[in-house]
Design a protein around this ligand. Structure first.
Ligand code: 13P
Length: 249
């Protein structure tokens, strides 16, 4: 059975002392749902966060990584560097990485391969822009993002892949996809997986929704049958809000 997952993507927020204080607040929250909980601090705070949360239910994950083993890639972080800290899950393909750092389906396919080679779990993000949705082209865009970056994989690889549908127009804008729009797209994504890999693989992959998920809308979004969790930006920066979302399952 697929898992419920709520992951907080901190993006480029929180220095070391802010990280320490948010972690203290997170440790004081009560989890009443069955969701797996993850947080993704910046690279500089991964070690500290992971050490501080080692004995808790919260998994610390990375926001990005390079596909190479090592070498002349100034400013980059390798899979092995993350593994050496005990980090075994990485977010790949976030729309901000695609938009500002020229990440493409092709480079993301290499990152996915590198993560899987290192026995890491991938949270693979994708989603259409506002112009795509206005042109009613969202399904074709999402389908090609998934196919180009993931469909060279064997079915077995999907045991280590979580999908995150994040419509770009809903990220940080306060505008969420309606629960119906999210369900419609998630069902389409699962059907796309089923057509390629069969129903067992498709049924077992968790598909998260991201884009302005807040305590006041999480429950309705999470109630949809193909929405298996959330990738949370802004609301993950406050422990109470984040746990209100975690506990919305
Ligand atoms: P917001 O929740 O701030 O809209 O961000 C969503 C997101 O990009 C998570 O990766």
């Amino acid at each position: 059975m697929r898992k419920h997952i709520v992951a907080g993507n901190w993006k480029m927020n929180n220095n070391l002392s802010e990280t320490q204080s948010l972690i203290t607040d997170l440790k004081n929250q009560n989890k009443t749902s069955d969701a797996e909980v993850m947080i993704a601090p910046s690279f500089t705070n991964l070690w500290h966060a992971n050490e501080s949360l080692r004995t808790t239910e919260i998994e610390v994950v990375a926001q990005n990584m390079h596909f190479s083993e090592s070498g002349a890639y100034t400013g980059e972080v390798s899979p092995e560097m993350l593994k050496s800290l005990g980090i075994t899950t990485v977010i790949l393909g976030h729309s901000e990485r695609r938009a500002y750092y020229n990440e493409t389906d092709e480079s993301l396919a290499r990152k996915v391969d590198a993560a899987l080679k290192h026995d890491m779990r991938v949270i693979f993000c994708f989603g259409e822009e506002l112009s795509d949705r206005k042109a009613n082209n969202q399904e074709a865009v999402v389908e090609s993002q998934i196919k180009n970056a993931l469909f060279h994989l064997e079915a077995d690889a999907f045991k280590n892949i979580v999908l995150a549908y994040e419509p770009v127009w809903a990220i940080g804008t306060g505008e969420t996809a309606s629960p119906e729009q999210a369900q419609e797209m998630h069902a389409f994504i699962r059907k796309t997986l089923e057509d390629k890999y069969g129903s067992e693989t498709a049924e077992n992959v968790s598909i998260l929704y991201g884009g302005s998920v807040k305590p006041n809308n999480a429950e309705e979004i999470f109630s949809k049958p193909d929405v298996d969790g959330g990738l949370i930006g802004g609301a993950s920066l406050k422990a109470e809000d984040f746990y209100a979302i975690v506990n919305a399952f």
